[in-house]
Design a protein around this ligand. Structure first.
Ligand SMILES: Nc1nc2c(c(=O)[nH]1)N[C@H]1C(S)=C(S)[C@@H](COP(=O)(O)OP(=O)(O)OC[C@H]3O[C@@H](n4cnc5c(=O)[nH]c(N)nc54)[C@H](O)[C@@H]3O)O[C@H]1N2
Ligand SMILES: Nc1nc2c(c(=O)[nH]1)N[C@H]1C(S)=C(S)[C@@H](COP(=O)(O)OP(=O)(O)OC[C@H]3O[C@@H](n4cnc5c(=O)[nH]c(N)nc54)[C@H](O)[C@@H]3O)O[C@H]1N2
Ligand code: SF4
Ligand SMILES: [Mo]
Length: 681
């Protein structure tokens, strides 16, 4: 038996160091690397079972060409030669006839590996002159908020949470989506720390917390302003930190005067006493850390909510303390030379001769059905499953059904999206290719070499785009670059955080902490100032006025008359977006609609009933689970289900809207009004 090192490539803040037990070329077990400071020897339940996926009989092993109708899922095996030829021929034809901007790449974070997620693919599309994709589907609203307030997306190290005395899980289902933070919280609680969860759902995290504040979806901005109101009114803020390191405090102080606890209680559903108590506890307990996650920013004021929450540790001076501050993301500390990897300069050499237009991935339905000059004539999908994960699904599917749309999908499994493809190409898994990984929940940079041989004829995204570039006649030498050359380009930024981190060292050590602080010392990103142009935390009060989201219980009057329930389609604990949708257990969990007894009874619904959930955008069938885990007026559809596993070919995204959040162009998945009715057993 041999142990090989790998890195979990899934879109998760933990980015675990994985040990692969290999016998005769076949993996027998995956486990967490016990020497890794964040992985600490365990993997989550879904990846512990990843070998089921790796060796699944459903894995795509050969290139395929569609023979049935779009969406039907009938395909024939073809050779790689025929596949690459067909794609190159079609993309050339479309580029010539409609201009290269009529070609749209569509990708997100099926793998977080930089080479296979934003490497050779980016070079290829830049050289082609294809439309650029604005990758907003997950985090761009929160990123814009964090950047406006703090200047850079850094946050508290996970390792420091064990030093905290008060931890707030704010829109963060830590136990389900960020489980490697949990042991640090357990340690902190053993030393007397309290954990408080702010979430409309009683998640596993909320149930395990000392207190759970069940908040109305999308009202976090109001709560943050309410906390600031109390902290300032009761003089609990850190005057020296505020004076030295923040901008716009006077205006912020004026603004929060309007957000007294009574008003905030009406806006958020959180008791007035709880608001006052939390504000006092937060300001008086040292150190206190906020773990905010992206759950808070999938709503209409999500950007402003992140801004207001991110301002709280500046108010209390908590950034100065080990175990203080806030974490939403750590990703920007990985100061790579992205331009060297992605080569945006190649656009100048394309038929377009300039930077191509930007298409927002959260508005895919509109892009495929309404975009003009030029219309989208080809879509190349990789690392993503838009037929399942994009909002306003009915419009997305209408677009994917267009007979004149040429669709290519690089996939490991025959997803819903792959069912619409003209050509499907089999992709390798993270266990089968080389890649380099940043993390958005810690500061360790990692390298993975293939632990296993590629299944069947599967190829990595890097190999596929390299082959396509060659067939399209792109003779720039950068298309010959090896994986190692791509990594070296990326590491060559000269940023001090990457000092001394070479490919050789990564090959030797597998995981290296960025030079964010001297070895063994904690990283306090904003103790001495911020990353904004002013060097100060920007309160930005002028952007923080709160009004209830249109799609919420206090929002658009006419709309909530028709659709009185707020649907939250947050992450399922055993899923990774739609990635494990082929598993029966995951399908069972994501086919449920959790609703409160007081919403179920008047509708004649009991657990186990089939229910129809609907609004103006669509309708879907789920199974009712009358449950105490949701607030009255809220229903929860754990996501993201494979639509094709359902009777009606739809999941919760048939109901979610493609309205964008306030900043950053992100979607508003969790502000979604619906009605529910009983529909047989
Ligand atoms: N098990 C599992 N882990 C995952 C994923 C998965 O699908 N499954 N997905 C990965 C990905 S892509 C991401 S981006 C991260 C996301 O990680 P999280 O942000 O933790 O996950 P979410 O479920 O989107 O949201 C977190 C919590 O926010 C709550 N929430 C929803 N709306 C609001 C609101 O308006 N206010 C507040 N305060 N809370 C709200 C939800 O009920 C949920 O419990 O997780 C990653 N890890
Ligand atoms: N209703 C609702 N919708 C949501 C969300 C929600 O909470 N609720 N969450 C949103 C969020 S936060 C996100 S991040 C998005 C996620 O949306 P996506 O990034 O599309 O994530 P997945 O659904 O996991 O699909 C990733 C696909 O990539 C494939 N893949 C993995 N590795 C590779 C590889 O190396 N090569 C290739 N070619 N393919 C690979 C996998 O097989 C999988 O089918 O979904 C969003 N949609
Ligand atoms: S999904 Fe997250 S927790 Fe699970 S193994 Fe991968 S990185 Fe670790
Ligand atoms: Mo995400």
């Amino acid at each position: 038996m041999e142990i090989r090192h790998s890195v979990c490539a899934l879109d998760c803040p933990d980015t675990c160091a994985v040990l692969v037990h290999v016998e005769n070329g076949r993996a027998t077990k995956l486990r967490g690397d016990p020497t890794h400071p964040v992985t600490r020897g365990f993997l989550c339940a879904k990846v512990t079972q990843y070998l089921e996926r790796e060796y699944s009989p459903e894995r795509l092993l050969y290139p395929r060409k569609r023979v049935g109708d779009k969406g039907e899922g009938r395909f024939h095996r073809i050779s790689w030669d025929e596949a690459i030829d067909t794609i190159a021929r079609e993309l050339n034809r479309i580029a010539q006839e409609f201009g290269p901007e009529s070609i749209l790449p569509y990708s997100y974070a099926g793998t977080m590996g930089l080479l296979n997620g934003s490497g050779m693919d980016r070079r290829f599309f830049h050289r082609l002159g294809a439309s650029r994709l604005d990758r907003t589907i997950c985090a761009s609203t929160g990123s814009a908020g964090l950047t406006a307030t703090l200047g850079v997306r850094y946050g508290t190290e996970p390792e420091q949470f064990s030093e905290s005395k008060l931890i707030i899980a704010w829109g963060a289902n830590i136990h389900g989506t960020n489980v490697h933070l949990w042991p640090f919280i357990v340690e902190a609680r053993r030393n007397g720390a309290k954990l408080i969860a702010i979430d409309p759902i009683r998640t596993r995290t909320a149930a395990l917390a000392d207190r759970h504040l069940a908040i109305y979806p999308g009202s976090d901005l109001a709560l943050a302003l309410g906390l600031a109101h109390v902290i300032i009114a009761e003089n609990l803020y850190d005057k020296s930190f505020v004076t030295q390191h923040t901008n716009g405090f006077a205006e912020f102080g004026q603004l929060v005067k309007q957000y007294d606890p009574e008003r905030v209680a009406r806006l958020t559903g959180v008791d007035k006493e709880d608001i006052v108590q939390l504000a006092r506890e937060y300001a008086n307990t040292r150190p206190a850390a906020i773990r905010a996650n992206y759950g808070i920013q999938r709503s209409e004021h999500g950007g402003a909510a992140v801004r207001a929450i991110a301002a709280l540790p500046a108010l209390t001076g908590s950034w100065r303390e080990i175990g203080g501050g806030l974490q939403l993301s750590t990703s920007q500390a990985f100061h790579f030379d992205r331009a060297a990897l992605e080569r945006p300069d190649l656009q100048k050499k394309s038929a377009l001769g300039r930077e191509a237009r930007l298409v927002n991935m959260s508005e895919l339905g509109k892009a495929l059905t309404q975009l003009d000059s030029p219309p989208v004539k080809a879509i190349v999908v990789y690392n993503s499953n838009p037929a399942a994960i994009a909002p306003n699904q009915n419009l997305v599917l209408k677009g994917l059904l267009r007979p004149d749309l040429f669709t290519v999908v690089l996939e490991q499994f025959q997803t819903d999206t792959a069912d619409y493809a003209d050509i499907v190409l089999p992709a390798t898994t993270f266990l089968e290719h080389t890649d380099i990984y940043l993390a958005y929940g810690h500061y360790h940079l990692q390298l993975a070499r293939p632990a296993l041989a590629a299944a069947g004829e599967a190829r990595s995204n890097v190999e596929i785009f390299r082959a396509l570039a060659q067939r399209m006649g792109f003779d720039d030498p950068c298309f010959q670059d090896s994986e190692d050359e791509l990594i070296c380009a990326l590491l060559g930024s000269g940023h001090p955080f990457l000092d001394g981190i070479s490919l050789e060292r990564l090959d030797r050590e597998h995981s290296v902490r960025l030079n964010v602080a001297p070895p063994g010392r904690p990283f306090l990103p904003f103790a001495e100032g911020f990353g904004t142009p002013s060097g100060k935390c920007e309160f930005g009060a002028e952007r923080l006025q709160y009004t209830p989201p249109a799609e919420s219980r206090l929002g658009d009057h006419a709309l909530r008359g028709k659709y009185p329930l707020e649907m939250v389609s947050s992450k399922n604990d055993d899923s990774m977006n739609s990635t494990f949708g082929h598993r029966a257990r995951v399908d069972a969990e994501t086919s449920l609609l959790h609703l409160h007894e007081r919403d179920a009874v008047p509708r004649g619904i009991v657990s186990g009933d089939r229910v129809r959930v609907f609004n103006d955008r669509g309708s879907l069938l789920l199974k009712a689970d009358v449950s105490k885990t949701v607030l009255e007026g809220v229903v929860r559809a754990p996501s993201v289900r494979w639509p094709k596993k359902s009777i009606d070919g739809r999941n919760a995204n048939a109901l979610t809207s493609d309205r964008l959040a306030d900043i950053g162009g992100g979607p508003t998945f969790y502000n979604c009004l619906v009605e529910v009715e009983r529909c047989g057993d």
